[in-house]
Ligand binder design. Sequence first.
Ligand code: SAM
Length: 282
Amino acid sequence: LDGELLSAADIRELATALGVRPTKQRGQNFVIDANTVRRIVRAADIGEDDVVVEIGPGLGSLTLALLRTAGHVTAVEIDDTLAAALPATVAARLPERADRFALVHQDALRVTELPGPTPTALVANLPYNVAVPVLLHMLALFPGIRRGLVMVQSEVADRLAAPPGSKVYGVPSVKAAWYADVRRAGAIGRTVFWPAPNVDSGLVALTRREPPPTTASRTEVFAVVDAAFAQRRKTLRSALAGWAGSPAAAEAACTAAGVSPGARGEALSVEDFARIAEHRPA
Ligand code: SAM
């Protein structure tokens, strides 16, 4: 059965036939190891009931493994050559499941809707340079996505899964926590890619949660988060002065929210940020 998956030789052959030259700008590092894609699909806990969105299918390594297991896969690819080639790869390798596959040739950050059934899961080896914005965009756009399993740079995986107070806790951690419970789900070495990247990768598992109960909108909450971390070393009193209008107004908003104005953003949970957002002076 595993003959359907792409081997390292298959990837090389496909890339040569298509004249694909992987570029860094597009974060093109293709998985050449069938064990790794199997591991990702297992960790994602995908089944026949799932409608999976995959961002950046590339030559199709992960796509084929997903398609074997999921009810439906919609893949979004920005690259002209890769997007044009993928339907043929799917048709050749998994003809009996080709009708469960849809390809969207677009920049994932510009997607506003997708064809086919409503997505329930996000599984992707994300392009490194846009990994966080793409992840947040998909979670915001498709509330039906209940679970996610994404591969990102190891350092980004740490940041996404970091709890408040941790050294690497920052904007991606807080924003991801708005949508989901996030945890690291394993490490991936460089050798499973072609070309091999110069950083290690990590898996991140996401489980959708209810957003914090707040009268502030997501946009309002995220504005506080951005302001708090824009000057990481500053206390909230001064980091939020611009947002609130003055240091005194920032102090008042924090106090009203039950947060110390002398604290730094890195100590605050997403719930804390949501409460501060509610107390922005009119
Ligand atoms: N999924 C494949 C694999 O695991 O072998 C390829 C993963 S590679 C890390 C990232 C893929 O995302 C590439 O195919 C690249 O062309 C695509 N990509 C880059 N930026 C994108 C964007 N903004 N929207 C959609 N796809 C993008």
